[in-house]
Design a protein around this ligand. Structure first.
Ligand SMILES: [Zn+2]
Length: 283
């Protein structure tokens, strides 16, 4: 049985840093600028280990202009290196509070900006902040989203329907069923396993089943996918490459080496979201 790895880089740039600040979230003022040099380094590492990824890019960064807000040339290089370029909204908006027209607008503007930049279709989406989280049909309830947005809240199905009508076919979703959250609490660590794609609102979705980063828990998830089949979904931020946390290069390099070994043994395949969509639609 061959497992699959879906590896994402959330490319926030200064738009993400500014959006964090506007929401009162702590963050390093320099992280927007670091995105670019770290992405150059990532492209080298991915090429060295032969591992394919998906870079979820804030659409405004693909417009002409200077760093730390724009670098269309780098986004083209990501595409030319064979990685998928997905949309990460237009300016890293917090989606649960958007009105439907504003949601359509950020989905459309980001897709158009990136497509004009790379000259290829953009069909995958990664929501900023991994939200919305609220998805009652998936037994996932977000008290904070419900508290913060009283009326007309965008939940996971509403986001997926908007993606579908704006030409997207894939979404990384981050809802977590209540039984997994209870298991986390009982065992005192995050409990999860390989996933399969699912359809929500007409879109092929893959649920994030790791906490972010490339430390021991991400390695064991990938090894489980190689053993049992299914998909391991991992992600990081380019700007965290030297941050000292689990997204740091000192965890990433051994992670990529392990993935390379499993790939050459034929037990794992790093795939792009659009390949999972093709399989899902052909099934
Ligand atoms: Zn982000």
């Amino acid at each position: 049985m061959t497992g699959r790895l879906l590896m994402f880089w959330d490319y926030d740039t200064q738009w993400g840093t500014d959006a964090d600040r506007a929401r009162g979230l702590p963050g390093s003022a320099a992280s927007g600028a670091r995105e670019f040099e770290c992405t150059d380094r990532l492209l080298e590492l991915h090429a060295r280990f032969g591992v394919t990824a998906c870079f979820a890019v804030v659409g405004a960064a693909a417009l002409p202009g200077e760093r730390p807000y724009h670098d269309p040339g780098q986004i083209r290089r990501i595409h030319q290196a064979g990685h998928e370029v997905a949309s990460h909204a237009f300016q890293h908006e917090w989606l649960p509070a958007l009105r439907p027209a504003a949601l359509d607008q950020t989905l459309r503007r980001s897709r158009t900006a990136i497509e004009e930049c790379i000259g290829a279709p953009v069909t995958s989406f990664v929501p900023p902040y991994n939200q919305p989280f609220d998805y009652p049909a998936g037994l996932s309830f977000s008290r904070s989203e419900r508290r913060q947005v009283r009326h007309g809240r965008i939940d996971v199905p509403a986001l997926c329907r908007a993606l579908d009508r704006n030409g997207y076919t894939f979404c990384r979703v981050a809802y977590r069923p209540v039984h997994l959250r209870l298991a986390d609490r009982v065992r005192g660590r995050r409990v999860d396993g390989p996933v399969r794609v699912e359809r929500i609102g007409g879109v092929t979705c893959c649920r994030l089943n790791s906490a972010g980063g490339f430390a021991a828990d991400a390695v064991s998830l990938v090894e489980r996918a190689a053993r049992e089949g299914g998909i391991a979904v991992v992600y990081g931020h380019p700007h965290s490459l030297g941050a000292g946390n689990s997204q740091d290069e000192r965890w990433l390099v051994p992670f990529l080496a392990r993935v390379q070994a499993l790939e050459s043994a034929g037990r794992l395949r790093s795939v792009r979201p659009r390949e999972l969509v093709q399989e899902d639609r052909a099934a």
